[in-house]
Write a protein that binds this ligand. Structure first.
Ligand SMILES: *Cc1c(COP(=O)(O)O)cnc(C)c1O
Length: 267
């Protein structure tokens, strides 16, 4: 990608489009099928692409899907939830207090009473099976790189990508949530569960959340507009715009050694 802001710092950037949500589901669907369950139930915020990816994969592979959304119902549905519903997902809402306790037996038992037995995918779909799916991504990238960047929502993508790197490569995640230092422990825990140990070749930038999950600022909007004019790519503001705005900001601050070859993972 030609961009004088990167050229000035002698950094190269390649955008790699990848359906990471489908990757995270791959081994989860295999586990669900092996266990004989026909329903997938999962959790997400109102703009959760994971909910939509689950609805799509479920429709394609013959699962019933249930999406539990944080907060109240807002009608008309936003485009993400409307698309999930159009793929047959049953949507239900949990108030924020209950949603916070969503992984407790009390809440899960209530959901089983209502929806029957299901294969549970955690919020954002991030579990060990998801990380194992994402670990397959780096080997599919055609050109050489030193650093791979991705957005971090629940951490499964970063946990997997970092585990799939060669020893001379590193991963940098950009948290899209505010105050998300807990993600460091979440990603380490996912790696322990999936690969036996944290890989130590990744870090998470916490400074480019632009107000928090699914929030945006005029500065972020200006970055998206400018990027579209320069490169013809319309960036999703929930994830990839925050990552790229963060990468450009760090580049301007001379964070990356000259010659660094970066790959950024986009949907
Ligand atoms: C969902 C998504 C992420 C975040 O994935 P997590 O595993 O929840 O951290 C990052 N980038 C893109 C493009 C996404 O769609």
């Amino acid at each position: 990608m030609r961009d004088e802001r990167l050229a000035a710092a002698e950094v190269t950037l390649h955008l790699h489009h990848d359906d990471n949500k489908a990757r995270k589901l791959k081994y989860n669907l295999a586990e669900a099928r092996a266990s004989g369950r026909t329903t997938l139930l999962t959790f997400g915020g109102a703009y959760s692409n994971h909910l939509l990816a689950t609805a799509r994969a479920g429709a394609r592979e013959g699962f019933t899907t249930v999406g539990i959304v944080r907060g109240e119902e807002h009608l008309p549905l936003n485009p993400v939830l409307a698309a999930a519903r159009d793929h047959g997902m049953r949507l239900a809402y949990l108030d924020r207090g209950t949603y916070r306790r969503k992984h407790t037996p009390e809440v899960i038992d209530g959901l089983r009473e209502r929806y029957g037995d299901f294969h549970l995918l955690p919020e954002g779909g991030s579990n060990a099976a998801a990380a194992r799916g994402c670990a397959e991504l780096p080997a599919e990238i055609g050109q050489p790189f030193d650093l791979i960047a991705c957005a971090v929502g629940t951490g499964g993508t970063l946990a997997g990508i970092a585990a799939g790197l060669r020893p001379d490569q590193r991963a940098l995640g950009f948290a899209v949530l505010k105050g998300a230092a807990f993600l460091n422990e979440d990603v380490a825990a996912l790696q322990r569960e999936a690969f036996g140990r944290p890989t130590g070749n990744w870090s998470i930038d916490l400074a480019h959340h632009y107000g928090g999950y699914a929030k945006r600022t005029p500065k972020l909007d200006a970055f998206i507009e400018d990027f579209r004019e320069r490169h013809g790519e319309t960036l999703n503001w929930v994830y990839e715009a925050k990552m790229l705005a963060g990468l450009y900001d760090l580049t301007a601050r001379a964070t990356f050694p000259r010659g660094t070859r970066i790959v950024a993972v986009l949907a």
